[in-house]
Design a binder for this molecule. Structure first.
Ligand code: CP
Length: 310
């Protein structure tokens, strides 16, 4: 397969394993561009990339903007503060307005699950989901898998332990879908109050004993405690959370010696992950950030191919 099947990238749920492999292979080529002295291609020359973020972001928004620039495209950013969203303009009217300005790619983050899907069906531009509510964050899962493959050689057969606030995490949902599609096993742990109610119906193995999840793992992924999405106190205290579930150097020893430590960021150091582990030789958290640019370049490149062939 040498192209994606759809106009948009809305979630991992609609990607075939072959499409995921294509994105990862393309990202490997794009990473060489990032490592070159002159970071420039002309793949998006004459194309426009707009980032529309209704929620805060550092990594995702900047990496899409950098990706567009490295590929010769024009990029612009619109955030809710300073735009007519603050005057009450609807998502649809905002999206159609940007579409009419010849936007080719609309990168969108929204607090409502399904918002990118809603807009994608109504505008001409290709919509890329940069995180929607508690639903999906597909490019995060793709860059996570790229990092695993780069560090460990393959994804199939890996034991991936995901620890933290899975309930509110779109990163967890996209990773669970992506990793199981690519043949990895996903174990998750955290307080039962921070797990999706249907966790037993998914492909993830849930254990409330973090040690069980970490035992023999190839990958340890910490997830942020999303206090901004919690409507009630879902665990007794931060200290207690860190004591029972926090990732640290001691707990890392339960995993394989070669195991890598990941976190999508931003991290609450000292809560879901200790500073020592975050900065240890096992940590690939900084590499995840760099790979985020390569993966987003790959997604833009492949969606542009799709747009050019119709
Ligand atoms: N991982 C992630 O989505 O980070 P940002 O919120 O900084 O984009």
């Amino acid at each position: 397969m040498d192209y994606l099947r759809n106009k948009d990238l809305l979630g991992i749920w609609h990607l075939e394993p072959e499409e995921i492999a294509l994105i990862l292979d393309t990202a490997a080529v794009m990473k060489k561009v990032l490592d070159a002295p002159t970071k420039k291609t002309s793949h998006l020359q004459g194309k426009s990339v707009v980032t529309l973020f209704y929620e805060n972001s550092t990594r995702t928004r900047m990496s899409f903007e950098m990706a567009a620039k490295f590929m010769g495209g024009a990029s612009a950013n619109i955030s809710t503060s300073g735009s007519s969203v603050n005057k009450g303009e609807t998502l649809l009217d905002t999206g159609v307005t940007l579409d009419m300005m010849s936007t080719d790619f609309l990168i969108m983050r929204h607090g409502q699950s399904g918002a990118p899907d809603f807009l994608a069906n109504r505008i001409r531009a290709s919509v890329i989901n940069a995180g929607d509510g508690m639903h999906e964050h597909p490019t995060q899962a793709l860059l996570d898998m790229f990092t695993m493959r780069e560090s460990l050689g393959q994804i199939e057969g890996l034991k991936v332990a995901i620890v933290g606030d899975c309930l509110h995490s779109r990163v967890f949902r996209s990773n669970l879908l992506a990793l199981t599609k690519m043949g990895a096993s996903v174990y998750c742990s955290g307080p039962s109050t921070l797990m999706p109610v249907n966790i037993k119906d998914t492909n993830a193995v849930y254990t409330k004993h973090v040690e069980e999840a970490l035992e023999g793992a190839d990958v340890i992924m910490g997830l942020r405690i999303q206090r901004e999405r919690q409507k009630a106190a879902l665990f007794p205290s931060i200290d207690e959370y860190a004591h029972f579930f926090g990732l640290n150097l001691e707990r890392r020893k339960l995993a394989k010696e070669r195991a890598i430590v990941m976190h999508p960021g931003p991290a609450n150091r000292g809560v879901e992950i200790s500073s020592e582990l975050y900065e240890s030789d096992h940590s690939v958290i900084s590499e995840q950030v760099k790979n985020g640019v390569a993966v987003r370049m790959a997604v833009l490149y492949l969606l542009n191919l799709w747009r050019n062939r119709v």
